[in-house]
Design a protein around this ligand. Structure first.
Ligand code: UDP
Length: 444
């Protein structure tokens, strides 16, 4: 029996945001972490990964050897700075030209597969797939139709242009990778996708970086008091993430703690993204209106080792998002042994074990959120049990597992593509038959 085909080299496309950017602000978030973590894990298994992203600074070198086996190619498409994500569709032609030119510098058949992330990249991948004659695997990360179905207060609907663009990519991709069964169902019901071409691949957390540790030490490092209760929000400051819901829900709890002479702090970690609530001042104003400014601390986006200290320092992490295709923050917090109170939406319903490692709250009614958070804080035994369960639950979600599942999806894409394009079989067979390839294949 012959082993399933595996790619030697993958072109990974991430147009709108670079895996080298600091996540937690602007357009950089979970997708950046996903792209970086899976690229490095694939590379460790012998798959060379080249990531194409848009250059956003004149200081960006065109080619960056980012990690062993991982190259980042900064493609010039439009002005470096000041270009809004909504204006990127107009730069897709320039970006695609950059991708095609980079490939043309090599012998034909340089890449075995394309994996595009977010619909803008899917548009590029679709054309490159046709030019190079290799399969396209696509991950949407978020879907406009899903986001529009549960818009946050003050948020603007995603434009029809995006819905149409997403639909084209769903129709064209050889395989789609989604985070959860729910997302697979959404793709089928909202985009008429073929369920047989969808692979559910669970994202992960870096379980070495995000691990339990001393709370006292973490608090000392962050300048937090050892005796205060700490409620934390981590993520981009935008309506979809609903940090305002946490502030409003925390206000009566803070008032009660004050009356009882106990200390409590809400920690908001992350930077602005988009407009409206995303303005840094909007949340500061809200805290002032609620009369809780003294008990709220804002921290700018933190690198992962420092973010791990934030999770360790926290009694609870809240993820009140209106929609979330997965919610890496929830897994990372639990990996550090911290329970999570999350909205019962999207991937968060999988990421949090309701009643075991935290609570899932239905909807965004502030009173519901106050009672969920206060209920846990008032029950230290229950909270302690959740702390003990959290790490074990998070261990199901590792990037190594994600990389294995991605390789299975890549194999399926290569097989079905070859079946439909007989010319590709000869090329793949020639590669797979080579001694060097067989040696590499044995290491995977
Ligand atoms: N993040 C970070 N530093 C911060 C805030 C967030 O590194 O200060 C990272 C966080 O570790 C997580 C990602 O940003 O991996 C956010 O991913 P999530 O899936 O929670 O939300 P998304 O950004 O995809 O909406």
């Amino acid at each position: 029996m012959t082993s399933p085909p595996l790619p030697r080299r993958v072109a990974l496309i991430s147009v709108h945001t670079s895996p080298l950017a600091q996540p937690g602000t602007g357009d950089a978030g979970g997708m950046n972490v996903y792209v970086w973590q899976t690229a490095t894990r694939l590379a460790r298994r012998g798959v060379e990964v080249e990531i194409f992203t848009r250059a956003t600074s004149s200081a960006d070198a065109p080619i960056v050897a980012a990690a062993p086996g991982v190259t980042v190619r900064n493609v010039v498409a439009g002005p470096f700075e000041g270009l809004d994500k909504r204006d990127l569709p107009a730069q897709l032609c320039a970006f695609t030209a950059g991708v095609l030119r980079a490939e043309a510098m090599h012998k034909p058949g340089y890449y075995d597969l394309i994996h595009s992330h977010y619909w803008l990249s899917g548009q590029v991948g679709w054309l490159a797939r046709d030019r190079w004659g290799v399969p396209l695997v696509h991950t949407a990360h978020t879907l406009a139709a899903v986001k529009n179905a549960s818009l946050a207060k003050g948020d603007t609907a995603e434009p029809m242009l995006r819905v149409i663009g997403e639909q084209q990519v769903v129709d064209e991709a050889d395989r789609m990778v989604v985070n959860t069964d729910t997302e697979a169902t959404e793709l089928v019901s909202m985009y008429n996708a073929d369920r047989g071409r969808i692979d559910v691949v669970t994202p992960g957390a870096d379980l070495d970086v995000y691990s339990p540790g001393s709370r006292d030490l973490a608090r000392a490092e962050l300048g937090l008091r050892g005796d205060e209760t700490v409620l934390t929000f981590v993520g981009r400051i935008q309506p979809l993430k609903a940090p305002d819901v946490l502030l409003a829900a925390a206000a009566p709890i803070i008032e009660r703690y004050r009356a009882e002479g106990r200390a409590i702090r809400v920690l908001i970690v992350g930077g602005p993204s988009g407009t409206g609530l995303a303005q840094p001042t909007a949340l500061i104003d809200l805290a002032a209106d609620l009369g809780i400014s003294d008990s709220v601390t804002f921290l700018p986006p933190q690198p992962s080792d420092r973010l791990a200290q934030v999770y360790r320092a926290s009694d609870l992490v809240a993820v009140p998002s209106y929609s979330e295709s997965f919610g890496l923050v929830a897994i990372e917090a639990q990996a550090c042994g911290t329970p999570v109170v999350a909205a019962d939406v999207g991937g968060l319903s999988v990421a949090v074990a309701d009643g075991g490692t935290g609570l899932l709250v239905d909807g965004h009614d502030v009173e519901d959120w106050t009672s969920a958070i206060a209920g846990l804080l008032d029950d230290p035994d229950r909270l302690a049990t959740m702390r003990r369960n959290a790490r074990t639950h998070a261990e199901q979600f590792s990037w190594e597992h994600t990389a294995s599942q991605l390789l299975t999806s890549y194999s399926a894409a290569m097989q079905s593509f070859a079946a439909r394009n007989p010319a590709a079989i000869g090329a793949a067979a020639a590669r797979h038959g080579s001694r060097r390839w067989r040696r590499r294949r044995a290491r995977m």
